[in-house]
Design a protein around this ligand. Structure first.
Ligand code: NAP
Length: 277
């Protein structure tokens, strides 16, 4: 790298955010990460004497975001790449899950990411340079019973991301939605919010799903460090994609979804066409 790029990553305490920060630091990048307490800030900054910077920020404290970005821009340096990684999974049958739980899911996974982008765009647009990476999920393409709020939030972020990639292309700002399959992070462990069960009608469908996810936590197929290397390849590309799937599970499941979606479109084509004119 000729000049060290500066990455701003939300949520560097564990999982993908931490892995990306570690790999980027080892390759000479400067990394600014967000954490949610003083101990995590000190721990992150101890990763590298000159190149690791941490800011305390909950991405739903929307009023605080502009000041954090402005502070980084003036005290650390221009941000080349924003990685909207902070997020969590809500698990619960929709009928059993409150609207407050849905609001929180969208506040963190969608509104938080958009607020970060809106704070940074004036700087990137002025420079005519930048790359925004939004960590979505294979759950932004495929769905499973029991995670409707999560899938809804990731579908939303996929849609916003793709739209934004078209709005920002004239300014030489790239946008990539990275959609991982199942990876060994804290996602299905300490970070997951699980709604309490209340309607027995859903036992047969949902209990095995919840149990399987708990049992699989920590044993998922994907390696976050390999995901980090893949993300850096995209960051270093002169022509990055608008969407990138990570993991063979994501690849298979999203391909199946596209095929079945396409077959359903074909099956109903006549009715679809019947409304013209
Ligand atoms: P993780 O290990 O639980 O890491 C999540 C990170 O996000 C933590 O640093 C956490 O901070 C931070 N965070 C959560 N809520 C936040 C908030 N309101 N404000 C600021 N930071 C917040 O899980 P992960 O798998 O790496 O998750 C990262 C992203 O990948 C998420 O968007 C997730 O949906 C997505 N993803 C994960 C998988 C998977 O299989 N692991 C698959 C597809 C997509 P604290 O330590 O303070 O809680």
């Amino acid at each position: 790298m000729s000049k060290a790029k500066t990455l701003f990553i939300t949520g560097v305490s564990s999982g993908f955010g931490r892995a990306l920060a570690q790999v980027a630091l080892s390759r000479g990048y400067r990394v600014v990460g967000t954490v949610r307490n003083a101990a995590a800030k000190a721990e992150f900054e101890s990763l590298h004497a000159e190149n690791a910077f941490a800011y305390e920020l909950d991405v739903t404290h929307f009023a605080a975001i502009d000041a954090v970005i402005a502070n980084v821009e003036s005290h650390v340096g221009p941000i080349d790449v924003l990685v909207n990684n902070a997020g969590y999974g809500h698990e619960g049958v929709m009928e059993e899950s409150s609207l407050d739980e849905m609001r929180r899911q969208f506040d963190v996974n969608v509104f938080g990411a958009v607020a970060m982008i809106k704070a940074l765009l004036p700087f990137m647009r002025q420079r005519r340079h930048g790359h925004i990476i939004n960590i979505t999920s294979m759950g932004g393409f495929i769905t499973m019973p029991g995670i409707s709020y999560y899938c809804g939030s990731k579908f939303a972020l996929e849609g916003i991301s793709e739209t934004l990639s078209k709005e920002l292309a004239p300014f030489n700002i790239h946008v990539t939605a990275v959609a991982p399959g199942s990876f060994r992070t804290d996602w299905a462990g300490r970070s997951m919010v699980r709604s309490a069960r209340s309607i027995a009608d859903y036992d047969a469908l949902f209990d095995p799903i919840r149990q399987a996810r708990e049992e699989k936590s920590g044993k998922q197929l994907g390696d976050p460090l390999k995901a980090a290397s893949a993300m850096l390849e995209v960051i270093e590309s002169s022509n990055p994609p608008a969407h990138l799937l990570l993991g063979s599970d994501a690849l298979e499941l999203v391909r199946q979804k596209i095929e079945s979606f396409s077959a359903e479109i074909d099956r109903w084509e006549t009715l679809t066409r019947s409304t013209d004119g």
